[in-house]
Design a protein around this ligand. Sequence first.
Ligand SMILES: NC(=O)C[C@H](N)C(=O)O
Length: 349
Amino acid sequence: MANQETVPRILIVYTGGTIGMTEDLSTGALVPFSFDHLMKNVPKIGRLGYALDHVELTPPIDSSNMNPDTWAKVAKMIADAYDRFDGFVVLHGTDTMAYTSSALSFMLPGLAKPVILTGSQLPIGEIREDGTENLITALQIAAARTADGAPMVQEVAISFGRHLWRGNRATKVSSTNFGAFESFNYPPLADMDLHIVYRQKLLARPPVGAALAPDYAMDDAVSVAFLFPGITEAVLRPQLTAPGVKAVVLRTFGAGNAPTDTWFTELVAEAVRAGKVIVNVTQCPAGGVEEKRYATGDALARAGVVSGLDMTCEAALTKLMHLLGHGLTSAEVAAAMGKSLAGELTVGE
Ligand SMILES: NC(=O)C[C@H](N)C(=O)O
């Protein structure tokens, strides 16, 4: 039996999501419900033998209602309790989990403990569901240690179904599959089958001597513009020139390509001259932007568009919010987008 000192101390941060939902009897729709309800449905959690505590967003929310303020609340709950716990499990809706995990990775620099997000596709109160296993597995991952006693995971990650993913590399790929997430440009940090098998070489470690330095500033003056064959200036112009928008993630084709019509290239160049940061992120889930590969991508680079390299849209968008939140100039934001802040992009290839 583990003694008091070795019992893992885990804080559960309950934000809502399907995992804790119940049916609204008047409409039949799923609505967020209480943490107590959720816990009543997983009595075997006590058999883990961990010292568990919890905090929650009040009221709990469907993750479609997440925003920079709620991300900051979650980050603060973790930072405030950081010294008292060995690990953190964030229960969260799946719909925007990859945005929150990306945002948290930028808000918690110096993190040296596990912050594991999980949730489910079916409510934990249903007879057949995926929430129990996801919750228990996330708790075990948050409690896991290396052979020398250090926390196994020291970053923000999503544990869902059979895999553990880096939080700022993951994306939701299915609204029905129990494996709802994928990370196309970074392998799983762990595979969860009969055993939980960690890929230790892939796990992030904070810089030596770094301490947690929570950083909640986020500027929401950002946007996403999605290209499609046949897009017109009338559709795109308002998106790229909207007053108050400081940065736009431009979802391009393939290796970062876009139309070469004069109106398009001139519009993009005009937005860049007006001080907007335009970041090229491919619509392809896997791979990334290689601007010089095709003339159609090169034209964007020459117009002053910044390469999003192999970042997900979720990572690029929340990184822009984070950088703009610190009052950086457009040039400084553009330069920082190409550097890895929390393992969100592949460097040196
Ligand atoms: N599976 C889920 O959790 C979906 C839910 N709508 C949410 O994101 O909160």
